[in-house]
Design a protein around this ligand. Structure first.
Ligand code: TRP
Length: 367
C-alpha cells in the first residue's frame, strides 16, 4: 500500500504529495464509515460526454458507482456537458454521446430510479451557484490548479475563461446536491480540494450558524489504472481503448493490431514489456485472474496466443453488457425520458439549494 502511494506521489509531483496523502487517508476513512452506514452518504460523480465509455471507465469508475448504488448510498451522476467546451470548440455529436452514456450506465447496472442522472445544461439553478462561488476563490488559486494547467497545455489553445474556472463549476455540481462523497481519479483531486475550500468559505462567510454545504471527501479508488492496448494510458484519442459498445469483431480487430514484442515467451513484466503487460492486465481484469499466472499459462505461445486469449476473455466479459445496451438502444424515447426525469429531479434539488444560498446571503427580497 505504502509503495502504491509512493508511485502515485512521484507521478503527481511534489507539490501535490502532502495533499494527496491527506486525501487518500480521508478517502479510506470515509469509505469505512460509508460501509457502516451507506444511507448517510450522498455520492456525486460524472463524466464529460466527449465520446463513448471504454473498459478503463468501467473498471475505474462505473463499477464503483454501481456498488455504491446497490449498497444504498444516495447516488447521483452528472453528465457534464458544459465541461465539453472547456478545451474544445465544438459540440458535435454531443447528443449522441450523452444518450450513449445513459445507455452504458444502465447496461452496467445503474438503475435510474435509484441513481439520478442529469446534465449541466438543463439545471439553471445549479449553474447559478457559480456566481457566489467564484467570489470565494482568487485568480491565483485558479491558476495553480495542476489539472487545468496540463489540460491547457495539451489543448494547444489559449486559456479560456471556462477552462480556468471549470473546477469552480465542478464545485457547483458537487455542492448543489450536498454530496459528501465524490469518487474520482487523481487528476480530479484538485477540483475536489477547491470544492472543499468553497464549501468552507461559503459557510464561514454566509452561513456560520447553520452551515449549508458539507466538505466532501474525494474517494480515490485502489483499482489499478487500466493501460491501453499499446501500454499507454487508455484513452480514446490514442485509439488504444476497448469500447464497451464496440462489437466483438471490432474488439478482435483492435486487439489483433495492438503492438507486442519479438520475445515469444510471454511474461508479465510491466517495466520492460509494457505492451505485453497491458494485454495481460486487461485479461486479468476481465477474468479476475492474476496476470502473471495467465502469462505462465501462455508461455511460449507468443503474441498470437496471448491476443487470442485476451480477445476471447474480453468479448466474453462484455457480451452481457453489449446485449443489454443493444436492447436499451432500441427504445431511445425511454432513454430520453430517463434523462428528462433526472433533470426534473435535479432541478428541484438545485432550486432548493439556491434558495438556501440566497436566504443565507440576504438576497430574498421578493418574498
Ligand atoms: N471532471 C470529471 C472528468 O473529467 C467529470 C466531472 C464533472 C465530475 N463534474 C464532476 C466528476 C463532479 C466528479 C464530480 O472526469
Amino acid at each position: 500500500m505504502a509503495e502504491a502511494h509512493e508511485a502515485r506521489l512521484t507521478a503527481a509531483g511534489n507539490e501535490m504529495s502532502a495533499s494527496f496523502l491527506a486525501a487518500k487517508k480521508r478517502s479510506d476513512e470515509t469509505l469505512a464509515k460509508l460501509e457502516e452506514n451507506p444511507g448517510k452518504f450522498t455520492m456525486l460523480t460524472g463524466d464529460r460526454p466527449t465520446g463513448r465509455l471504454h473498459l478503463g471507465h468501467f473498471f475505474g469508475s462505473i463499477k464503483e458507482r454501481v456498488a455504491m448504488q446497490n449498497r444504498g448510498v444516495n447516488t447521483n451522476i452528472i453528465i457534464a456537458d458544459y465541461q465539453v467546451i472547456t478545451d474544445r470548440d465544438t459540440t458535435e455529436h454531443i447528443d449522441d454521446n450523452v444518450l450513449n452514456l445513459v445507455i452504458d450506465y444502465m447496461a452496467a447496472g445503474i438503475d435510474p430510479e435509484r441513481t439520478m442522472i442529469f446534465t449541466h445544461s438543463a439545471i439553471p439553478a445549479e449553474n447559478q451557484l457559480m456566481l457566489p462561488f467564484l467570489s470565494l476563490v482568487t485568480e491565483a488559486e485558479l491558476h495553480r490548479n495542476p489539472t487545468v494547467k496540463s489540460e491547457m497545455e495539451s489543448s494547444g489553445h489559449a486559456l479560456t475563461g471556462l477552462l480556468l474556472t471549470y473546477p469552480v463549476h465542478q464545485a457547483c455540481d458537487i455542492l448543489f446536491c450536498k454530496a459528501n462523497v465524490v469518487p474520482i481519479g487523481k487528476d480530479n483531486l484538485p477540483h475536489v480540494e477547491i470544492t472543499r475550500t468553497i464549501a468552507r468559505r461559503f459557510n464561514e462567510r454566509y452561513a456560520k450558524k447553520n452551515p449549508i454545504f458539507p466538505e466532501p471527501a474525494a474517494i480515490l479508488s485502489d483499482a489499478p489504472e487500466i493501460p491501453g492496448l499499446d501500454g499507454r494510458k487508455m484513452s480514446k484519442s490514442y485509439g488504444n481503448s476497448i469500447m464497451l459498445g464496440a462489437t466483438a469483431e471490432e474488439t478482435a480487430k483492435l486487439i489483433k493490431k495492438s503492438p507486442t514484442d519479438s520475445d515469444r515467451n510471454i511474461t508479465f513484466d510491466p517495466e520492460n514489456r509494457p505492451q505485453v503487460a497491458a494485454l495481460l492486465t486487461t485479461a486479468g481484469l476481465v477474468t479476475g485472474r492474476d496476470p502473471a499466472e495467465i502469462a505462465e499459462e501462455i508461455g511460449n505461445g507468443g503474441g498470437g496466443a496471448l491476443k487470442a486469449y485476451v480477445t476471447e476473455s474480453v468479448n466474453e466479459f462484455l457480451a452481457p453488457h453489449r446485449e443489454r445496451r443493444e436492447e436499451l438502444a432500441k427504445d431511445m424515447d425511454t432513454i430520453r425520458d430517463i434523462l428528462h426525469d433526472g433533470n426534473r429531479r435535479a432541478n428541484a434539488i438545485a432550486n432548493e439549494t439556491l434558495d438556501q444560498v440566497r436566504e443565507a446571503m440576504g438576497m430574498r427580497y421578493d418574498r
